[in-house]
Design a binder for this molecule. Structure first.
Ligand SMILES: CC(C)(COP(=O)(O)OP(=O)(O)OC[C@H]1O[C@@H](n2cnc3c(N)ncnc32)[C@H](O)[C@@H]1OP(=O)(O)O)[C@@H](O)C(=O)NCCC(=O)NCCS
Length: 214
């Protein structure tokens, strides 16, 4: 199998979570990826040192990296959906290609599809006939029920449960441990608070929290 040179964008928590997914995939897929390093336009010193501790190179800012001609593929390891969308567009404009990461411990049901640039972490369960758009992030132990569709740049935080036949619009974020009941629509650019239980549709650009979520 061809080894793909890969740059992770983002030295923060999710960027390094993506490194874990790559490491696990490399164990089961015979070194599928060569991690070139991590790019971040404003990394904290503590995160640079966390990269150093695991032997990963910090490659500089996006501008520095994108001007150097290296055409390694990319994954955006940034949890914020709006920032992720902007970064992905910039790297596509610069002629770079996204890769899709799926942790080997994730379960992906029949007829389910995962868009380019998405990251599916350890312990995720994707049921049958689910559609994930581009650059979707599913954090550890997320469940996505049958026949659901998550559009571009949706983020589902750890342990959240998306029931069956749920639609989640572009750029929305579902907080850790939240539950979305079956058949509901979450409009684009919305936020569901951590531990919320969503029992009715959520309009676009709306923040809901609590049980039941309001
Ligand atoms: C709901 C949320 C989006 C609100 O963010 P915010 O607008 O910055 O809210 P604030 O922190 O200013 O809190 C505003 C009020 O909402 C309450 N609140 C915050 N988050 C809440 C939640 N998840 N459920 C219930 N109430 C919440 C606060 O206690 C505060 O109440 P008060 O006005 O009575 O003091 C955010 O708290 C959240 O839950 N985001 C998801 C984060 C997540 O999943 N993190 C895990 C990452 S791995």
């Amino acid at each position: 199998m061809l080894t793909v040179p890969l740059v992770i964008i983002g030295a923060g928590g999710f960027g390094r979570e993506a490194l874990d997914v790559v490491a696990a995939m490399n164990e089961t897929h015979r070194n599928r990826f060569e991690i070139v390093g991590v790019v971040d336009s404003a990394p904290s010193l503590v995160n640079i040192s966390r990269l150093e501790d695991r032997g990963i190179s910090y490659l500089g800012t996006e501008t520095e990296w994108l001007s150097n001609g290296n055409d390694a593929s990319f994954v955006v390891g940034v949890g914020d959906p709006i920032m992720r969308s902007t970064i992905a567009a910039r790297w596509i404009d610069a002629g770079r290609s996204p890769v899709t990461l799926v942790h080997p411990s994730a379960i992906v049901g029949g007829m389910s599809t995962i868009g380019a640039g998405s990251v599916v972490c350890a312990g995720v369960q994707i049921s049958t006939n689910v559609r994930l758009g581009e650059y979707v992030h599913l954090n550890p132990n997320v469940t996505v029920g049958h026949d659901s569709a998550l559009e571009r740049c949706v983020s589902i935080n750890p342990g959240a449960i998306v029931s069956g036949e749920v639609q989640i619009g572009t750029g929305s974020l579902v907080g850790a441990g939240a539950v979305i009941l079956a058949g509901l629509n979450i409009g684009r650019d919305s936020v569901v608070g951590a531990a919320a239980c969503v029992v009715r549709d959520v309009e676009a650009s709306t923040v809901v929290k609590g049980v039941p979520a309001r």
